[in-house]
Design a binder for this molecule. Structure first.
Ligand code: NAD
Length: 641
């Protein structure tokens, strides 16, 4: 079962954490999936808002998956954690800066990484069971995931108190401290979510909100101010130790469980953040200074060991006497220089893309890259261009100085020709990303030529058609080295919803021609079935209603119905203007049969589909029409065999 459910209605994107047995603790994979969905929806004009919720009663999200961190850290691999935090913090910043409302429903525990997900949106909703906390000092970390921003903005010194003690806030406390916006009884949540998914405005949230019971935390504030106003952890401890109030005793008990180094650094970070330059980027930058060093120089591995590995709850902290020297704090919070956190999207916007082939597919793909902030310069022999794309006068002009050259061309011969023109002018180490559908041999030949030119290469043909290209929901099937695939990944995330790394160069094309052999055959089967239905006097709409929900369903029927006026909008509704041209399908079927011959695979349906499309394009009137125009072809004919 998946750990996360991501789906969308006509108006809303919805992300549901679905790991209730692990209190919805967030894994690295979940983090990347959430980011990809948010990127997609940010560009999708149909999506007005995003709902974030979670399965189970116990927790929205109890934190990050620290077991994963422990394993790698104990093996001496600190890079995994550093990468995880950098990616997680980028996601936290993305939620905070998101251009559309993000509404989170925070039942049960929302802690650590859960705060990073659930407490940076525009509408943070708590209910009766909500318990929110930043308990990181208990495992030797400082509050992170952008939590220090909220703590620095909390009233008075409440941030220092919450950050060092890990105090669990109830719903009213969370509103008081700035971790939540609205209290709404939990039995009203499902109805509210359904309305939001149906297109209701976020104003319904305000109207459903109620006043929670009084905040216990607010009652504690006078004592918090008295004890937490000092310069550092030692001042806080000194005043607490000279007070015999219950508050002082309880607070000392909480502080004595936690890592002294982490607590001292938490206080220092909050002091540095408060002031006119406070921002999410600054908060995350300071948090990352600590987390980057936390395994090697901090108490994190010992903290995780005591909490969840040996479960003895007696961690051996550094500075166990609570005397943390100022130099130790400074060392943990020194700037990281070239390793400093970059919120990578910012880096992506500096990427130069040379886009070659701005046809039916290429133009909307290039426009999506430009919309995401990348600098795109495009070239097409037909002189076409795309929104937001600078027009080049030649392929060489588009490729010179590009970090990534992306091609979307009609066939392998043209790809080879373009590659021989652009590879000599590309920067060493740059990426040539070909998304055309071509023969496996051409993909491999261009991969070799790229290697010779010290350029990375990925063949990544796509599925999803012009609709997917425009909506940024393509599927990419990629061949190339793991490193080159990772270089291409941010572009896949912008232009598509999924990218599968299929293997070595050429593997993407192999997957594509197998997929399209199925597509060609099912489109023919769908068209001939409609023609038969016509002759049997069956209404086309009824035929669609039955088949689209029965065992005859397929992408050709359900998403790209060849009958005009039936099913979702498709080229059939536009007089079969392509879409996906019949000659491109002919090309793909030719590639599948060429490949099948080379490896001696028996593909009779593919061979028959090729023969039919060849006749349609070369002998009949199929050229220039969409490949679904097989339907009028069949309806005009009588039985021939
Ligand atoms: P298209 O014919 O609309 O676009 C190809 C573009 O390449 C044209 O604008 C053409 O002028 C340009 N071109 C040709 N030679 C060139 C050169 N030497 N330099 C620069 N530009 C050149 O085709 P499309 O539908 O956009 O498809 C492009 C690729 O994507 C094909 O390989 C196709 O098989 C594949 N594909 C298409 C679809 C679809 O639904 N259309 C779906 C998946 C994959």
């Amino acid at each position: 079962m998946s750990d996360i459910v991501i789906r969308q209605t006509a108006h809303a994107g919805r992300i549901t954490l679905a790991r209730p047995e692990a209190l919805n603790a967030m894994t690295y994979e979940m983090c990347l999936q959430i980011e990809a969905a948010l990127d997609r929806w940010a560009r999708d004009e149909r999506i007005a808002l995003v709902v974030l919720d979670a399965e189970g009663d116990k927790a929205f999200c109890a934190g990050g998956d620290i077991a994963q961190l422990y394993e790698t850290g104990m093996a001496g691999d600190y890079a995994f954690g550093q990468r995880f935090w950098a990616d997680e913090y980028r996601l936290n910043a993305k939620i905070f800066n998101y251009p559309k409302p993000v509404i989170s429903f925070l039942q049960g525990f929302t802690m650590g990484g859960g705060v990073g997900l659930g407490c940076h949106g525009t509408h943070r909703i708590v209910g009766e069971s909500s318990r929110i906390a930043m308990p990181e000092c208990g495992i030797g970390l400082i509050p992170d995931v952008g939590g220090t921003l909220i703590l620095a903005l909390a009233p008075g010194r409440v941030g220092e108190y919450l950050g060092t003690t890990g105090y669990r806030m109830g719903p009213a406390d969370a509103l008081f401290a700035g971790f939540a916006d609205h209290f709404i009884p939990q039995d009203a949540w499902p109805g509210l979510i359904a309305q939001l998914e149906d297109g209701a405005s976020v104003d319904i949230i305000k109207h459903a909100a109620q006043d929670p019971d009084a905040s216990a935390l607010a009652d504690l504030q006078p004592e918090i101010e008295r004890h937490f106003a000092g310069e550092g952890l030692s001042d806080i401890l000194t005043t607490l130790q000279t007070d015999d109030s219950d508050f002082a005793k309880d607070t000392l008990k909480l502080l004595h469980r936690n890592s002294p180094l982490a607590m001292a650094c938490t206080v220092e970070v909050l002091h540095r953040l408060r002031g006119p330059t406070l921002s999410m980027a600054k908060a995350l930058d300071h948090e990352y200074r600590f987390t980057y060093r936390a395994m090697q120089h901090g108490d994190l591995l010992e903290g995780i060991r005591a909490a969840i590995i040996d479960k003895d709850r007696t961690p051996k902290w550094q500075y166990a006497d609570m005397r943390v020297p100022a130099i130790a704090v400074s060392k943990m919070l020194m700037p990281l220089g070239k390793n400093a956190l970059t919120l990578e999207d910012v880096a992506m916007t500096k990427t130069n893309v040379g886009f070659i082939g701005l046809g039916n597919m290429g133009a909307p793909m290039a426009a999506n890259l430009a919309k995401a902030g990348l600098h795109v310069i495009g070239y097409d022999t037909a002189g076409t261009t795309a929104e937001g794309v600078t027009q080049a006068q030649s392929a060489i002009e588009a490729a010179q100085g590009a970090d990534i050259v992306l091609s979307m061309l009609p066939n392998g011969a043209i790809l080879r020709d373009v590659a021989s023109t652009v590879l000599p002018v590309m920067k060493p180490g740059a990426l040539f990303l070909d998304c055309s559908t071509v023969d496996v041999d051409s993909a491999r030949a261009v991969a070799q030529a790229a290697r010779d030119a010290s350029v990375q290469f990925v063949d990544a043909p796509v599925s999803g058609g012009v609709g997917g290209a425009a909506a940024g929901t393509l599927t990419f099937m990629a061949g190339g080295s793991a490193e080159a695939f990772e270089t291409a990944r941010p572009l896949f995330d912008i232009m598509g919803q999924k990218a599968v790394h299929c293997g070595a160069p050429g593997a993407g094309q192999a997957a594509k021609i197998c997929n399209n052999m199925i597509l060609g055959a099912t489109m023919i089967a769908t068209c001939e079935a409609f023609a038969l239905a016509d002759k049997l006097g069956l209404d086309r709409q009824k035929m669609f209603d039955v088949v689209s929900t029965s065992s005859g369903y397929s992408w050709s029927m359900n998403a790209y119905c060849p009958a005009p006026g039936v099913g979702p909008q498709s080229p059939a509704d536009n007089d079969y203007t392509p879409g996906f041209a019949a000659e491109l399908m002919l090309k793909d079927l030719g590639l599948s049969q060429q490949a099948a011959e080379a490896v001696d695979a028996d593909t009779p349906m593919g061979a028959r589909a090729l023969a039919l499309y060849r006749a349609f394009v070369e002998e009949e009137d199929g050229r220039g029409k969409d490949f679904s125009a097989m339907l009028p072809r069949f309806t005009q004919r009588s039985r021939t065999e």
